[in-house]
Design a protein around this ligand. Sequence first.
Ligand code: AMP
Ligand code: GLY
Length: 416
Amino acid sequence: MNVLILGSGGRECAISSRLSKSPEIDRLYALPGNGGIKKYATCIPGSVTDIGCVKKAVEDYAIDYCVVTPDDPLAIGMVDALSIPCFGPKQSAARIESSKAFAKELMKKYSIPTAGYEVFSSYEEALNYIKGITFPAVIKADGLALGKGVVIAETIEEAKKALKEMMLDKKFGQSGCKVVIEEFLEGPEVTVLAFTDGKTIKPMISSMDHKRAYDGDKGPNTGGMGCIAPNPYYTTDIEKEALDKIILPTIKALAEEGCPFSGCLYFGLMITRDGVKVIEYNSRFGDPETQTVLPLLKSDLFEIMKACTYGYLDKTEIKWSEGSSCSVVLASSGYPGSYEKGKEITIPENLDAEVFIAGAEEKDGRLFTSSGRVVDVSATGKDLKEAVEKAYKASEMIFFEGKTMRKDIGKKALEA
Ligand code: AMP
Ligand code: GLY
């Protein structure tokens, strides 16, 4: 079987590394891939949002199955457009990420716990509404905004600025024409990625992303600077509550709305004093959560993906390793602001960790940085302490000019 994966990040590198082990896959391709994915797949140049280009690759390389991981091709209907079986939701189900208003309305209709909210398409009405609310409050652009469309406004002035930037200045283009204004929630955050075929849902091991750029959860939001799994705040009781009140009802709600979700559904949860609530859904694997969770997966990833696509997930056993996992992101100095590219990366052989390339080009067998998040270093251990130590030991041994990383991934969890 020939399989194509769309994307070019650390997440796709981790998924490719697992797919490359599947005995059923004859040839693995990635579009566009990156300098690290090259180790596992043949990279095809092109853009993941160019449907014509992806269709041509499917034809040219006789692709039988396509794994669609990034949010934007899912949002534009890549799975609907391709005439082959795919891992990933159709456009109608991907709205759970591509429209925050859709996600909130779904939760309201099916009584799934989430922050209270209102949706606005009129700037004047939104402006009027914020005069009567308490702060902090959360302003979210309705559509995709590269993870930057959420503003936690501490004051009415900050809220006004965010509304102006989103709705009038169109900072996020069409994505900000509609906004969701919601109640600010507090508590530890948990990511639960789950495999689903639209009827059955099987959660993976829980995880904890570290989204802020600097130690102590300070600084600007990033795509994620590191991650641990399992998440120690996700106790058996919380897990049961999340399953009963959020995870199962969501999959049922989507099916009842006529848009069953097949693929990986991402639950961004917050454990508040009033119980577990949904902060966000994503219609895809998380990054860097995937690089942390997949090292604990013992079963064949491709078998599970096919079960999601063809609808027999109930009959598919998914096995996980005991122990914990930790990923540290090595970033270019300056990220998430501006940074330099083209720095040579040296990675010693025989590290006691897995290295997933997130942003590097390969030239004559040498790797050069090509984006903000460059390398994800993932290690597993008998417990979190061991996983964290191994991930940091390996991270210290990888070099490129301007390498930066958070030094406290897993620290809070170890102290919890
Ligand atoms: P999102 O892009 O929706 O994941 O939001 C980015 C981050 O903003 C989340 O990981 C939370 O830390 C924070 N956030 C989003 N919504 C809320 C909320 N209602 N209350 C508190 N924090 C929030
Ligand atoms: N790590 C957060 C995300 O993938 O959206």
